[in-house]
Design a binder for this molecule. Sequence first.
Ligand SMILES: Nc1ncnc2c1ncn2[C@@H]1O[C@H](COP(=O)(O)OP(=O)(O)OP(=O)(O)O)[C@@H](O)[C@H]1O
Ligand SMILES: [Mg+2]
Length: 339
Amino acid sequence: MGSMTDAIIKKITLYNFRIHESYKLVINKKTTSILGENGCGKTSVLEAIYIAMRGKSFRAVDKDILKRTTDFYRIELEYLNGEKTVVIYDNKDLKKKFLVQDRKYLRLPKKFRYPVVLFLPEDLHLISSSPTSKRDYFDRILSQIDDNYSNSLSRYNKALKQRNELLKQDNISRELLFSWDIMLANYGVSLRKKRAQLIEIINKRLTDVYLSIADTNDKVEVVYKSSSSEILESEYVKLLNMDYERDVATRHTNFGVHKDDYEFIFNGSNANGSASRGETRSIIIALKFIEAELLYEKNNKKPVVLLDDVFSELDKTRQKCLMENFKDNQVILTSVEGV
Ligand SMILES: Nc1ncnc2c1ncn2[C@@H]1O[C@H](COP(=O)(O)OP(=O)(O)OP(=O)(O)O)[C@@H](O)[C@H]1O
Ligand SMILES: [Mg+2]
């Protein structure tokens, strides 16, 4: 499985992590299945792996992850090469610590972050989901592909939050908002460029990868819909400023990349409404394959693939196609079947 340089998980141990008071999983196969009834804690195990490999959860904040009525959680993730990442969250200071190679960090250092392809059941409904879910989805990909993306995104979100808090007060002048406008424009333009670039790269491959899955010559494309497309920072500031009266009236920021959306196009029409359920699933699987390729190209490491209960939603052909594509990756999957 994979090459010597790939990050391959050997063992995971959890303490006070959601439903798990104490949990251990030793992995010695290429494909590992975590089986169990609904609510027994399968997704939580994938979540813990994701935290130890990426630095934070894909679905929650630490205080909600911590097993109720306990004071700390701990994740130990051991790799085949002997490396080990320990994550400790302490409810007293509400902080997480990462222990790697005998050193302590408040954030997981980039050199100890490893590529992960995460496939959640809700991803299969991405095409018809809200703009927020679609933004989160592509933001998650970008955070793994671009080292500075999540930093820009969190700075943008902080500035947006501050600006919106100001707008909740009375008599806020344009001048007061201005320093936030500059910041939103700066990070906003950078985020927009990176989002547009990612979609361009995806589109170069999507139709071909789709063909390899569905075996039909359908044309598939993603359109990035940003209100700030092509504009410069100075114009972005102007547009924020032009919205001043509306923002004051609605008490929040109406313009910006936090309103961006993505649309899937299938043979020229919006896939949401024209593609069948099977076709929709093939599009998402194609997207996952491209994600895995991009992560491999960036890291020169095969990503670990986490499949959360997706087989139950796929027919045999697509299941086979998925496993075939990831035959050289470490795959950890969950399922309620076979219990
Ligand atoms: N902080 C917490 N403390 C204790 N229990 C929790 C906490 N957060 C979630 N749980 C519980 O943990 C259980 C496991 O959740 P998880 O999502 O991992 O289950 P699952 O096996 O993936 O279920 P499903 O098959 O329905 O997807 C749920 O019953 C949930 O209510
Ligand atoms: Mg689950």
